[in-house]
Structures are given as C-alpha cells and as structure tokens.
Design a protein around this ligand. Structure first.
Ligand SMILES: [Zn+2]
Ligand SMILES: [Zn+2]
Ligand SMILES: [Zn+2]
Ligand SMILES: [Zn+2]
Ligand SMILES: [Zn+2]
Ligand SMILES: [Zn+2]
Ligand SMILES: [Zn+2]
Length: 294
C-alpha cells in the first residue's frame, strides 16, 4: 500500500552512497535514503516530503497507524546528521559498477564513457562539490544556449558562437557568429570591389567617395538634365555624350531660351497691364477729390 510519488522530491538515490546505507535509513514510502527525515510520535521515520504527501490523503502513520497530522511530526536531527555524514560519490561518478556496459563494447570506448568524477565526500559536502565539479553540466555563461561540462568551458569558449573576436580589418571586437556578416556588410575597413565592376578595390568607407568622384562606370546626370536630357552616361563616357549630342543639347537650350523669352514677355505684359490699371485708378481718385472740393 505504499505509493511511489513522482511529482515531488523523494529520498536520495541509494546508489549515490559509497557503501550501501543501513536499512534504517531507507524511507518505506519512497524506498530511498531519507531527505529531511521526520518522525511520528512513535519514532517511525520518513522523508518530510514523502510523509507530507501521504498525510494529504491519510490521517495516520504509514507504519504504526497512530493518529498523525503534519503538526504532530518532528524533525529527526539525529538521523539527518547520520545521513549527512555518510560518504557519497559525485553524481557524475563512473557509472561502471552500477550499470555495467553491455559486453562486446570495445574496451577503449568503455573506458572513455566510464571516465567519471572521482570525488567522494560526505553528503553534507555534496552541494558544495556540485558547484565546483568539472563534470557538472552548466549553461554557457555567454548565453549561447549550449550546456557544457564545467571543465570543458575553456575549450567551449574558444568556439562559442557568442564569443567576441577581433576583426582583422577594423580591429574592433565582433561577435564570432556575426563576423561573416560584419565583413560582408558592415566593416568600414573591409576591402570591397566597386559594385559597378570598374575593377577598383578599396575599403568600404572609401567606396562612396570612389563612386561620387572617380568611378568611370558610375552613371552621371548629363549637365543638360535640367533642360530635359534624360541620358545618364557613365562618368567615362560623359565627354563623348556631350560631343555626340551637341545638336540635341543646343536644341534643348534653344527651346529653353525660347520658353524663357515667352515667360518674360508674359510677365512684361502683365506688369504693363498692372501699371495701366494703377494709373487709371489714380486718375479716378483725383477726379473724385476735385469734384468734392467744388
Ligand atoms: Zn521517502
Ligand atoms: Zn509510526
Ligand atoms: Zn563531481
Ligand atoms: Zn557558449
Ligand atoms: Zn571590421
Ligand atoms: Zn568603380
Ligand atoms: Zn545629355
């Protein structure tokens, strides 16, 4: 009538201990070694979590059936102290003795998988060891998402995608995973080839100047663009374009001059009209003033 509960802390795995603990240390509820041992008034000992779970649905000691609630139990410091003084292995100790490799496994491979943590100490010292054990898996402190054994961290840090490396062009620290992007898209000192395929190679930061001031293949506005020439010749062919299109360009110029003259004439006409209107207005005023004076 004892249940194995899986949703809460049970006892310590007996295989953790260097020599098999006395049966007195085995919890009759979880069949493991007591964690936080508590006693019924009659002295029966259980893991605190095991007994708590039991008392959720029962009102008596699982062993002696005496009436019992969680308030009626007491912490068993003697048993707790004895268990804390027991010798344990590291959780990452060689699993060889406990679950032997299947026969037929090559010796070399078996030795490698059997290489476990040699640490032993008291149960009380185990949590301190776990915080230092080189075989304890820990998340990479650079938060790359990898979980590595503590002892393998230096090796991992040399290949961790979150590590920073110095860009050989701009000498700035760059995340290793972003180095290719940095070189291909961002680094101001990385050498790029002119996108116009003129053959020029220069630092990315110099490219804008190359394009705006010297690239022979960069397309230019014709100086007659504002007069209506829509051709955009490469810089190297601009002189040729001007030569080849002298007639068209002068036609555009003539059209522009004619249009300007028409504009000027229209404005002149408008100005003269305004002047005439003003003069007529003034004459009318004078006549009115003279009429009133009489
Ligand atoms: Zn238990
Ligand atoms: Zn009891
Ligand atoms: Zn260890
Ligand atoms: Zn990492
Ligand atoms: Zn760079
Ligand atoms: Zn170029
Ligand atoms: Zn032109």
């Amino acid at each position: 009538f004892f249940f194995r509960f899986s949703c809460f802390i049970m006892g310590f795995d007996p295989t953790l201990f260097v020599s098999e603990p006395a049966v007195e240390f085995v919890c009759t509820i979880c069949s493991e070694i007591f964690t936080k041992p508590v006693s019924c008034p009659d002295g029966h000992v259980f893991c605190e979590s095991c007994l708590c779970e039991w008392l959720k649905t029962n009102k008596s000691c699982p062993t002696c059936r005496c009436r019992l609630s969680i308030k009626g139990t007491s912490r068993n410091r003697v048993v707790e102290g004895l268990i804390n003084a027991l010798k344990v292995r590291c959780e990452h100790a060689s699993k060889g003795k406990r679950s032997p490799s299947p026969s037929g496994t090559p010796r070399a491979k078996r030795q490698r998988t059997d290489a476990g943590c040699p640490w032993t100490g008291t149960l009380a010292e185990l949590s301190k060891h776990r915080a230092e054990c080189p075989l304890e898996p820990i998340p990479c402190p650079a938060q790359c998402g990898a979980t590595v054994k503590r002892g393998d961290l230096p090796a991992h840090q040399r290949v961790c995608p979150e590590r920073h490396v110095q860009c050989k062009h701009c000498k700035q620290p760059v995340r290793a995973a972003k180095l290719a992007t940095h070189n291909a898209q961002l680094c101001p000192k990385a050498v790029v080839t002119c996108p116009n395929r003129c053959g020029k190679k220069c630092a990315r930061e110099k490219l804008a100047t190359h394009l705006s001031a010297e690239c022979p293949l960069e397309l230019q506005d014709c100086p007659f663009a504002s007069l209506g020439c829509t051709v955009r010749p490469p810089r190297s062919r601009l002189a040729q374009h001007l030569q080849d299109n002298a007639v068209q360009h002068s036609e555009l110029t003539v059209q522009q001059v004619q249009a300007s003259r028409r504009d000027v004439a229209r404005l002149q006409e408008r100005a003269e009209q305004l002047e005439r209107d003003l003069a007529a207005e003034q004459r009318l005023r004078k006549a009115e003033v003279a009429a009133e004076a009489r």
